[in-house]
Write a protein that binds this ligand. Structure first.
Ligand code: MIC
Ligand code: SF4
Length: 635
C-alpha cells in the first residue's frame, strides 16, 4: 500500500525510529514559531540550555497575545523576546503585525516542511500542507537547539470531503460539523488527513480554518494536499517559488476513513461552553446577541474579512450589539484600507481593534455580565472571554456578520442579502513589523524586565511519595481551567510564583492555598485532562505549588507532555471506577516508583480509605528518563 501525505513528510524527516503507528520517532524540525505568552518561557529555557546557534532553517518569534500594555509587564516581555531572538538568530515579528498562525501562512509556511510551535493552533499550517504541530514551550526550545522533536506516531484518520459547500456555508461550518460528530476527544492520538474531490473547492485559508480547529478535536495535527490553490495562494503572497505539489499516494493506507459531503452542511454554531456542542444555526434559534467578535487565527484571513465587509456594506450594526473586529495581519488590514472595505466596516459601526489575538484570549473586549457573544474564534470555554457568566457561541464570519445586523443569531440564508464574492488579490507587502536578527548573536544582552522570573525546576523523582489530594475535577478540564488567562493574568506569564496563585481559580479558588498548606499534592481528574492550549504554565504553576502527580482517566496530548517535561507524573486509572472513590484531602501513597515505572504498572494506596489503585504508566522509555530526572531541563 502507498503512503499518506503525512507518512511522506514524516519519512522525509525521520531521524530515528521506525515509522509505524505507536512507535516513538525523532523527526527533523525545519521551522519553529513561538508567540509572546508562551515565548518568554521558551527563550528562558533556550538560554538555560546555553545554545550557541539554533539548528532550524527558520524560527520566528511573534508578539500577538500580550499586546494590551496596561502596565510595563507585556512591553518588558516583548523587549526580552526581541533581545533573545536577536541573540539566537530568530526573526522577531513586532506587536501589531498580526496573529502568529495567519502571519506564518502568509510569510513563511512552505508545503512539505515540518513546523513546531509553542501554541496549540500551530496545525493551521496544515492548510498549506505543512506537518505543523503544537507543543509545550520546552519542546520548542529543544527543537530550536537540536533541530528535532520526539513524537509517537499517531494513527491517520482520513476525512474524505465530497462535493462543494452550499452558498453561505463556509470552512468554519465544516469543522464545527466534524466537531459535532467526533467530539473534543475524537482526534486524540490521530493526525487528520483531508482528501477527496471537495478539497479543490477550498482555498488555502479555508483549509487553514479546518486544520486550525483540529486542535479542538485533540488531534496531533491536520493536513491538506498542496495543489493549484496552494500555488495561487503562495503567488498572491509573492512567494510562488516556495510551492511544491504534494499529495498522498492513490492507494495510501489510513487507519480510519470517514466521508463528509460538503454540500449537506448548513451554517453551524457551537453553543456554550464547548466547541463540540454544535447544532445547525436554524435549530439553535434566534438567540438575542450582545456582542459579535470577528477575528482570531481561525477566521481572520483576507477573504473572511472581505466577506464580512461585503455583508455589512450599507447596513448598520444593531443598536444593542457591539461588533469588534481584530484582523489577522497588517497586510490584510492595509489591503482593506486601500480597497475601501475598511471604510465599509467602520461605516456600519464596527470597532476595529489591533491585529492580534485580542478577545479570543480575553485580552480586552470582555463582554458584559451574562452576555451572549457570537465569535468566529475556536474556543468557547467558560470564562475564557474574561466574563465568567458570558455565553460564547462559535460561528462562521458570514453568520457573525449577518447576526451583527439583525441582533439575533441568524442563519445567513434567512436574510435577504447578496452573497459577497471575493476576488483573489496579490498582496503588496512591507516588512515594517519584522526585525531580522543581525550577526552580533550572543554579544547582544538580554533585556530582563523585573517581572521576568526564573521558571521552577523539579527535583529527581523519589521512590516513595505521600501525597494529599488537593483537587478533584471532572472530564474535559481545559488548560484555561488549570491556568486561566485573560487581560488580568496574561501579563504574569513570565512570573510563575504570582501566576500560580490563580491556578484553578474558576473551579476551586482555594487550590493554591491548600497546596501550600499540604506540601506534596495530587490532582485527580476525569477524561481528556488538560485539553486546549499548549501553555506549559498549566504544568509549571502546579509544579511550583507542589503537585507531584495527576491521576486521570485520560490526558490530552500537549498537556501530558508538559507534565512530563516538568517532572509531574501523569498516571492513568486502570479501572475508571477508582476515580469515584478518591476524595479531596485523601492521603495517597506511591511506593517503589522506579520499579513500577519500569514494569509499566504502579500501585497507589489510599491511606485515608484503605483502598488500593492500579495505575497504568503510559510513559515511553525516553519519557521515563525525563520523569526520573525530575523534568526535561534536568535531563
Ligand atoms: C490559546 O488559544 O489558548 C492560546 C492562548 O493561544 C494558547 C497559548 C497560550 O496559552 O499562551 C494555545 O492555544 O496554545
Ligand atoms: Fe491567538 Fe486565539 Fe489563535 Fe490562541 S486561538 S493563537 S489566542 S487567536
Amino acid at each position: 500500500m502507498g503512503d499518506s501525505l503525512t507518512y511522506k513528510i514524516l519519512r522525509e524527516h525521520l531521524v530515528e525510529g521506525t515509522l509505524k503507528q505507536g512507535e516513538e520517532i525523532t523527526i527533523k524540525i525545519d521551522q519553529t514559531l513561538t508567540q509572546d505568552s508562551t515565548g518568554t518561557m521558551v527563550y528562558l529555557q533556550l538560554e538555560a540550555m546555553n545554545v550557541d546557534k539554533i539548528k532550524t532553517e527558520l524560527s520566528v518569534a511573534y508578539a500577538d497575545h500580550n499586546t494590551l500594555q496596561t502596565g510595563f509587564e507585556n512591553a518588558d516581555d516583548h523587549a526580552f523576546i526581541e533581545s533573545a531572538a536577536k541573540r539566537h538568530g530568530v526573526i522577531f515579528s513586532k506587536p501589531g503585525h498580526g496573529i502568529c498562525h495567519q502571519l506564518h501562512l502568509e510569510d513563511y509556511g512552505i508545503p512539505g516542511k515540518t513546523l513546531l510551535g509553542s501554541d496549540s493552533h500551530t496545525p493551521t499550517g496544515g492548510g498549506l500542507s505543512m506537518l505543523a504541530i503544537g507543543a509545550g514551550g520546552l519542546d520548542v526550545a529543544i527543537a530550536m537547539a537540536k533541530g528535532t522533536y520526539i513524537l509517537t506516531v499517531p494513527g491517520i484518520l482520513n476525512i474524505e470531503l465530497k462535493n462543494s459547500l452550499m452558498q453561505w456555508s463556509s470552512a468554519k461550518d465544516v469543522i464545527l460539523k466534524i466537531l459535532k460528530e467526533l467530539t473534543v476527544k475524537g482526534g486524540v492520538g490521530k493526525i487528520i488527513e483531508y482528501t477527496g474531490d471537495g478539497v479543490s473547492s477550498l482555498s488555502v485559508t479555508d483549509r487553514a480554518t479546518i486544520t486550525n480547529m483540529g486542535a479542538e478535536l485533540g488531534a496531533t495535527t491536520s493536513i491538506f494536499e498542496s495543489d493549484e490553490n496552494t500555488k495561487q495562494y503562495l503567488k498572491n503572497q509573492g512567494r510562488e517559488e516556495d510551492f511544491r505539489p504534494l499529495k498522498a499516494d492513490s492507494d495510501a493506507f489510513y487507519n480510519e476513513h470517514i466521508v463528509i459531503d460538503l454540500s449537506q452542511i448548513p451554517p453551524q454554531v457551537a453553543k456554550p461552553h464547548s466547541p463540540d456542542n454544535v447544532s445547525d444555526v436554524r435549530e439553535a434559534g434566534p438567540v438575542p446577541v450582545d456582542q459579535v467578535a470577528i477575528g482570531s487565527c481561525t477566521n481572520s484571513s483576507y477573504t473572511d474579512l472581505m466577506k464580512v465587509a461585503g455583508i455589512l456594506k450599507g447596513h448598520k450594526v444593531k443598536e444593542n450589539v457591539s461588533l469588534v473586529i481584530s484582523p489577522g495581519s497588517s497586510t490584510i488590514l492595509a489591503e482593506m484600507a486601500r480597497n475601501g472595505a475598511l471604510a465599509d466596516l467602520i461605516d456600519a459601526g464596527a470597532r476595529i481593534i489591533e491585529n492580534a489575538c485580542g478577545p479570543c484570549i480575553g485580552m480586552g473586549q470582555s463582554p458584559k455580565s451574562g452576555a451572549v457573544s457570537l465569535r468566529t474564534f475556536n474556543r468557547n470555554f467558560k470564562g475564557r472571554s474574561g466574563t465568567n457568566d458570558a455565553l460564547i457561541y462559535l460561528v462562521s464570519p458570514e453568520t457573525a456578520a449577518v447576526s451583527a445586523i439583525t441582533g439575533v443569531l441568524t442563519d445567513p440564508r434567512d436574510m435577504d442579502i447578496e452573497y459577497p464574492v471575493i476576488n483573489e488579490v496579490s498582496f503588496s507587502k512591507k516588512d515594517s513589523f519584522i526585525v531580522n536578527p543581525g550577526r552580533e548573536g550572543k554579544s547582544i544582552p538580554l533585556e530582563m524586565g523585573s517581572n521576568i522570573l526564573p521558571f521552577p525546576i523539579n527535583t529527581e523523582l523519589s521512590d516513595e511519595l505521600i501525597l494529599t489530594t488537593a483537587l478533584k475535577v471532572k472530564d474535559n478540564i481545559t488548560t484555561d481551567d488549570i491556568m486561566p488567562s485573560d487581560a488580568r493574568l496574561l501579563p504574569y506569564r513570565s512570573n510563575i510564583p504570582y501566576l500560580s496563585r490563580f491556578s484553578f481559580e474558576k473551579i476551586d479558588k482555594d487550590f493554591p492555598q491548600r497546596c501550600e498548606e499540604k506540601g506534596s499534592c495530587l490532582i485527580v481528574a476525569g477524561d481528556n485532562y488538560g485539553q486546549g492550549s499548549s501553555r506549559e504554565h498549566a504544568a509549571l504553576a502546579p509544579l511550583y505549588l507542589g503537585v507531584k502527580a495527576v491521576f486521570a482517566k485520560s490526558f490530552a496530548r500537549i498537556h501530558r507532555s508538559n507534565l512530563i517535561n516538568s517532572g509531574i507524573l501523569p498516571l492513568v486509572f486502570k479501572n475508571e471506577e477508582d476515580y469515584e472513590t478518591i476524595s479531596l484531602y485523601d492521603t495517597v501513597s506511591l511506593s517503589n516508583l522506579r520499579e513500577g515505572l519500569e514494569r509499566g504498572e504502579i500501585k497507589a494506596v489510599n491511606l485515608t480509605k484503605n483502598l488500593t489503585y492500579d495505575l497504568v504508566n503510559t510513559l515511553s522509555k525516553k519519557e521515563r528518563k525525563i520523569i526520573l530526572k525530575g523534568g526535561k531541563i534536568n535531563l
